[in-house]
Design a protein around this ligand. Structure first.
Ligand code: 0L1
Ligand code: MG
Length: 268
């Protein structure tokens, strides 16, 4: 992100766009990407819209239970035509129990991704956070599956629009077995995703920025641009190890993680 980190939109426009994107999320309808109407929108505007959406949820009594990184594989960045990963927040109602049901009609066009989550025992404050800092600050890692659901028509967006849309966050599931980082080969850990009993994706941890901990480091450094940090106890999803796969009503899924068990669920 090379442009100056400053606003091009007014505070009123930012508040209106946060309400616009959040309404589409809550009522599960598609919108056109917001840079079509606001081409001057900056990265700071995009993150301000996301943080205003977060503030709106907290003001209604929701709790923010974690953060996610998105677009963290080179393949996915190339596929979506974007040049940098992004982050989003996870609200309490996004969480689905392992083996649970996800209402397909509460979403627009959901896709699932195999991820890992890090839980911190020490805070991480950028800039300058690196993989070593992340590993020493991590309490444990555990499997996670993200359900993404871009509010943009046909999942077509640019990086600024997707940041404003909370990086397509909608649901997530954690499960399997937690482990200390010293006990997991994070770069080489294999995952296998099945939908309706058929293998649809396989992948290894290194798909995420070369090392899953690099994603957490990048998040801490991106948050530092806004004077924010990751507190001890933070739950962070690192981004997709596999490509995102579209799911339909009635589909069951299961993702197996080498040495860490599995996560499953059903779209109803
Ligand atoms: O979690 C992700 O990697 C997705 C971030 C947003 C991009 C998308 O919706 O595909
Ligand atoms: Mg993801």
């Amino acid at each position: 992100m090379v442009e100056a980190y400053e606003n091009q939109l007014t505070q009123t426009q930012i508040a209106e766009l946060a309400a616009h994107c959040e309404q589409a999320e809550l009522e599960a309808y598609e919108i056109t990407k917001i840079t079509d109407d606001f081409p001057q929108m900056s990265y700071k505007d995009a993150f301000d819209i996301q943080w205003e959406m977060r503030r709106r949820k907290v003001s209604r009594g929701h709790k923010i239970v974690g953060m996610k990184m998105g677009l963290t594989s080179w393949a996915k960045m190339a596929q979506m035509g974007v040049e940098h990963p992004c982050y989003g927040f996870l609200a309490d109602y996004f969480s689905v129990p392992d083996g649970g049901e996800i209402r397909h009609d509460a979403l627009i066009h959901p896709k699932i991704e195999a991820e890992l989550a890090f839980v911190l025992k020490k805070e991480l404050k950028g800039p300058g956070v690196h993989i070593g800092d992340v590993l020493s600050a991590t309490d444990f890692v555990m499997p996670a599956v993200e359900v993404i659901d871009s509010r943009y028509k046909d999942f077509k967006f640019d990086l600024k629009s997707v940041i404003a849309d909370n990086s397509s966050s909608s649901r997530f599931i954690t499960g399997g077995r937690m482990a200390e980082v010293a006990d997991v080969d994070l770069k080489h850990i294999g995952v296998v995703m099945e939908i309706n009993g058929e293998v649809v994706q396989t992948g290894a941890g290194a798909a995420v920025l070369g090392h899953p901990a690099a994603s957490v480091a990048m998040l801490a450094n991106m948050l530092a641009e806004r004077g924010e940090h990751l507190a001890a106890g933070s739950f962070i999803m690192i981004g997709a190890i596999t490509a995102a796969v579209q799911v339909n009503k009635g589909d069951t899924f299961s993702v197996r993680y080498q040495g860490l068990g599995s996560i499953s669920g059903k779209f109803v």
